[in-house]
Design a protein around this ligand. Structure first.
Ligand SMILES: Nc1ncnc2c1ncn2[C@@H]1O[C@H](COP(=O)(O)OP(=O)(O)OP(=O)(O)O)[C@@H](O)[C@H]1O
Ligand SMILES: Nc1nc2c(ncn2[C@@H]2O[C@H](COP(=O)(O)OP(=O)(O)O)[C@@H](O)[C@H]2O)c(=O)[nH]1
Length: 251
């Protein structure tokens, strides 16, 4: 049974993940809790799209990468294990990320949520199946050249996960995080030579996950080179499932 699901009913880029302690307004008419996933290769705009969805529709944006980064400093077992993998740009083992995500989802039984970065393998998708029936899976298909360009222009604020792009959403002051004033960095694995290998690995792992969700009729794919052009379609899809809390026009 999906955490938060009642009986048989099926029930957070500029700021990559909204503050999870902040109350999220949920419209009174939303009777079922929405369980959604955004899939896509590195640089496809998952974080950007998730942040928009989270704000417009009052969903919690749950980023596996962000949870992992937060767990690193905690001195826990999951953090220590994960660190070795993150440092090498490898996927952490399924049982580590699955345990972490299940614990986070358990805390959010009563909220609408949207997963970013999880599940990434068939094993993870099956673990998610064990606790939850997904309503919606959004897949972002972006050409390789576009991904490479975006990632080489991506700058991040490591502590918060906030993401900027020198063309698309530059920081107010170059090289500095808007909220904290701390320096922005480029990720090692965003270099063009590293990107090709990451994309290959992504495809291999994601293919069976996509096939699974396609076979269930819950996969919705969006192709293009610009998030702003894809966004209205994503907005329309979400609007058919859950009432917006903010109008579409406000980015
Ligand atoms: N579902 C997952 N399974 C295994 N490892 C994960 C998972 N999610 C995140 N990680 C680990 O955390 C790291 C950071 O994840 P994050 O999603 O922030 O960035 P990414 O995987 O490099 O992709 P993107 O460029 O799309 O943001 C990954 O490189 C990987 O080591
Ligand atoms: N030029 C451009 N950059 C974009 C667009 N959409 C997202 N970005 C940027 O591309 C990079 C990757 O986006 P992100 O949301 O981090 O993708 P993710 O890796 O899939 O989570 C970030 O620097 C974004 O700011 C777009 O339509 N055009």
């Amino acid at each position: 049974m999906c955490p938060g699901g009642a009986g048989g009913a099926r029930p957070g880029r500029l700021t990559r993940v909204p503050p999870r302690s902040a109350p999220v307004p949920v419209p009174a008419m939303a009777s079922k809790l929405l369980r959604a996933v955004v899939l896509g290769p590195p640089g496809s705009g998952k974080g950007t799209v998730c942040e928009r969805i989270a704000r417009r529709f009052g969903l919690q944006h749950l980023s596996s990468g962000q949870f992992l980064r937060e767990s690193l400093g905690g001195g826990g077992e999951a953090g220590a294990l994960a660190q070795q993998y993150l440092e090498r740009g490898l996927l952490v083992p399924d049982h580590v990320i699955t345990r972490l995500m299940m614990a986070e989802l358990e805390k959010r039984r009563e909220q609408h949520w949207l997963l970013d970065g999880f599940p990434r393998t068939l094993g993870q998708a099956k673990a998610l199946d064990g606790i939850c029936q997904l309503d919606l899976v959004i897949s972002l298909n972006i050409p390789f050249e576009t991904l490479k360009d975006r990632l080489s222009a991506r700058w991040v604020h490591p502590a918060s996960g906030r993401v900027y792009n020198m063309d698309f959403n530059p920081p107010h002051t170059q090289g500095v995080d808007d909220l904290t004033g701390e320096p922005l960095v480029q990720r090692e694995d965003d270099r063009p030579e590293a990107v090709a290998a990451r994309l290959r690995k992504y495809k291999d792992a994601a293919k069976p996950v996509m096939e699974l969700y396609k076979s269930r009729g819950i996969l919705h794919s969006f192709s293009g080179t610009e998030t702003n052009k894809i966004w209205p379609y994503v907005y329309t899809l979400l609007s058919s499932r859950i009432p917006p809390v903010l109008p579409e026009e406000e980015h």
